[in-house]
Design a protein around this ligand. Structure first.
Ligand code: IMP
Ligand code: MG
Length: 195
């Protein structure tokens, strides 16, 4: 088997399962206070693949009966930067139009993927778009994006686990870890940032 494009590395625990659970439950409570009474018009849009574990925990702590849909968003870039060219695969316009959309994302890095997604949802006549992300790396931001619900603000490191991958590995970890290169390389040096 090939190394799947990974550089030699180790992983180091960053946030425990218990700390994540506590924060995700708080976020579900904050969202419930904001969306109570709007259940019929609200859509949670989970960005695959990275947000799948976060969304599963968030939604099971969320008491309101809302619609849940999934989408794909992948930004292409060279090396460490995403180019802003984003490929989106969204539910049809009739599902988006007129609804309060809550984007459920894993990590907001440059913000380029999220910016493209928000613009497309508004073009599809979403009534309002809010963002709920597990992690945000503010120091990496290239475009100003509205973040309504943030789990943790994190430094410019490469995270894995709890649904988030490095070259399609480590999604199954029940906690968050950081990738530590063995040779000083950068784990983000790959051509496509897939969710
Ligand atoms: P952005 O367009 O630069 O904000 O890209 C965000 C996307 O890049 C995230 O949804 C992830 O899929 C990926 N990404 C950014 N940082 C990391 C990381 O630390 N680990 C794994 N994927 C990441
Ligand atoms: Mg993502």
């Amino acid at each position: 088997m090939s190394d799947n494009g990974m550089i030699p590395h180790t992983i180091k625990p960053y946030l425990s399962k218990e700390k994540i659970t506590k924060r995700v439950e708080q976020m579900a409570g904050e969202l419930a206070s904001a969306y109570i009474g709007l259940e019929d018009k609200t859509l949670f849009l989970v960005v695959l693949k990275g947000a799948f574990v976060f969304a599963a925990d968030l939604l099971r702590s969320f008491p309101l009966n809302v619609r849940v849909e999934f989408c794909r968003a992948a930004s292409y870039g060279t090396g460490m930067e995403s180019s802003g060219e984003v490929r989106l695969d969204l539910p049809p316009e009739e599902v988006i139009a007129g609804r309060y959309c809550v984007i459920v994302e894993d990590i907001i890095d440059t913000g380029l993927t999220l910016d493209a997604l928000i613009n497309e949802l508004l073009r599809m006549r979403a009534r309002k778009v809010e963002v709920c992300a597990l992690l945000s790396k503010p120091s990496r931001r290239k475009v100003d994006v509205p973040l309504n619900y943030i789990g943790f603000e994190v430094p410019d490191l490469f995270f894995v686990g709890y649904g988030i991958d490095y070259a399609e590995r480590y999604r199954n970890l029940d906690h968050l870890a950081v990738v530590v290169p063995r040779d000083g390389g950068d784990p983000e040096k790959r051509d496509a940032k897939e969710d």
